[in-house]
Design a protein around this ligand. Sequence first.
Ligand SMILES: *[C@@H]1O[C@H](CO)[C@@H](O)[C@H](O)[C@H]1NC(C)=O
Ligand SMILES: *[C@@H]1O[C@H](CO)[C@@H](O)[C@H](O)[C@H]1NC(C)=O
Ligand SMILES: *[C@@H]1O[C@H](CO)[C@@H](O)[C@H](O)[C@H]1NC(C)=O
Ligand SMILES: *[C@@H]1O[C@H](CO)[C@@H](O)[C@H](O)[C@H]1NC(C)=O
Length: 363
Amino acid sequence: MPNTYGTLCSTKTSQAWLDIIFIIDTATSMSIRKLQQLSGELATILKDFNFNQNGDHTIRAGIIIYSSTFTTLFELNNITNFAGFEKVLISLSKYYDAHDFESNVYGALDAGYRLLQIQKSHRVPLIVLVSATYNALGFKGTSQLSKSIKGNGTNIVAINFAPENSDLAIALQNIVSPTYYYVSTQDDLDANLRYAFTQLNCICPSDYKQFRLFNPAWNNYTNFADCLSGVPGETDPLIANTICNANGGILLSLTNFQIFNFTTDIVIPYDLKGVKKFSIGLHKSDFDGQWKWWNYDGSETVMGDYPTMSNPDPNDNYGYMWNYKGLNWKLQTGNEVPLPYICQYKACDAENFCENLKFSQNN
Ligand SMILES: *[C@@H]1O[C@H](CO)[C@@H](O)[C@H](O)[C@H]1NC(C)=O
Ligand SMILES: *[C@@H]1O[C@H](CO)[C@@H](O)[C@H](O)[C@H]1NC(C)=O
Ligand SMILES: *[C@@H]1O[C@H](CO)[C@@H](O)[C@H](O)[C@H]1NC(C)=O
Ligand SMILES: *[C@@H]1O[C@H](CO)[C@@H](O)[C@H](O)[C@H]1NC(C)=O
C-alpha cells in the first residue's frame, strides 16, 4: 500500500475548505436522466461537507450550466447552507435542452475561473467540469486555457457523461489536472470523488514540493501531507533541525525508497541543484542512543532497515545522504557535519487549515 510511504492527507469531508465551481453540460447529449443522476450523486457527496459563507473549515460552491451558451445558476457568494445549494442542484434537469447540440465549454470554463477570481476566498479553488457533448469548436483552446487555470493554482476535475465518445474522452483528459478524470458509469464514482475533493484540499505552499506517488495499477496519484524544502549552504544538522522546527517542521524523514526517489527526482534538482550531500533527520537519540527519525509531534521513531547503515562511528550523531557516483546515493553518518539539508512540513489539508496561502501546483 502506498499509505505507508508518507503522512496521509485528511479525508474528513466535514472539515474541508474548498471553493468548487461545477460546470455542467445541459445540451442534448446529456439527458434528463443523466442530469438527475448527477444531481443525486453530487448532493449525496456534498451533504457531508460544511457549507457556509464564513468559517475556516467550510466550503462554498457555484454552478454554471452550458450548451451553446452558458449561464451562472448559483454563485459562490450565494451560499448560505447546503439546503440552499441543494435546491438549485436538484433542479438541474429542468435546464436540459434537447434541441441544443452545441458545447461552449471554453466560455463556461473561462466564466468558472473568473467567478473563482471575482469571489475569491481563503479556500482552495477547484473546478469540476461535467460534459457529455463533444464539438471541436466548443473545445477549441480549452487545453491552453486549462493550462493557465491550473498554472495559477486551480485544479480541474472532469466527469464524462458520454464515455463512449472517444473525442470527448481525449478532450477532457487534456483539460484535467493529471488523472482527475472520471466517467459517469464507474461504480466507485461516489467514493472516488469524495476522496478526490479531500486530496485536492491537501496542498503545500508554493515553493514547497508536495510528496506524491503515481499508482501504476490505478493510473492515479496519491498526494501525501508532506511538503519538502531543501536549504543550501552548510549548516550543522542540529541547527538545521532547530530551523525546521521553528517553522513547525522536521529534518527529512527518509524512511523508504519512494520518498528517497521523490527527493532526488523532484526536490534536489529544484532546491539543491548539484548538491552531492545533504542532511536528513536520522539522528542518535539523546534519550537512549538509538538511531531514530523525528516525527511532526516531536516524538521519535526508531530507524527501520531503510536506508542501509554501515557501522557508524561511536561519535557519529547525524545521518546524511551522499551522491558518491552517478545516480547512486548512500547513507553516511557523521558528527554534526555542516551540510545542506531538507526540511519536511505537514501539508495543509481538510483538518489542517492554512491562511494566506499561495498554492503550489502539482502539474
Ligand atoms: C445570487 O446572488 C446574486 C447577486 O447577489 C443575485 O442576483 C441572485 O439572485 C442570487 N441567486 C440565487 C439563486 O440566490
Ligand atoms: C496565469 O494566468 C494568466 C492570465 O490568464 C496567464 O497569462 C498565465 O500564463 C497563468 N500562469 C501560469 C503559470 O499558467
Ligand atoms: C485511485 O484509484 C483507486 C482505485 O480506483 C481509488 O481507490 C483511489 O481513490 C484513487 N485516487 C484518487 C486520488 O482518485
Ligand atoms: C522515481 O520518481 C519519478 C518521478 O517522481 C518516477 O517517474 C519514477 O518512476 C520513480 N522511479 C521508481 C523506480 O519508482
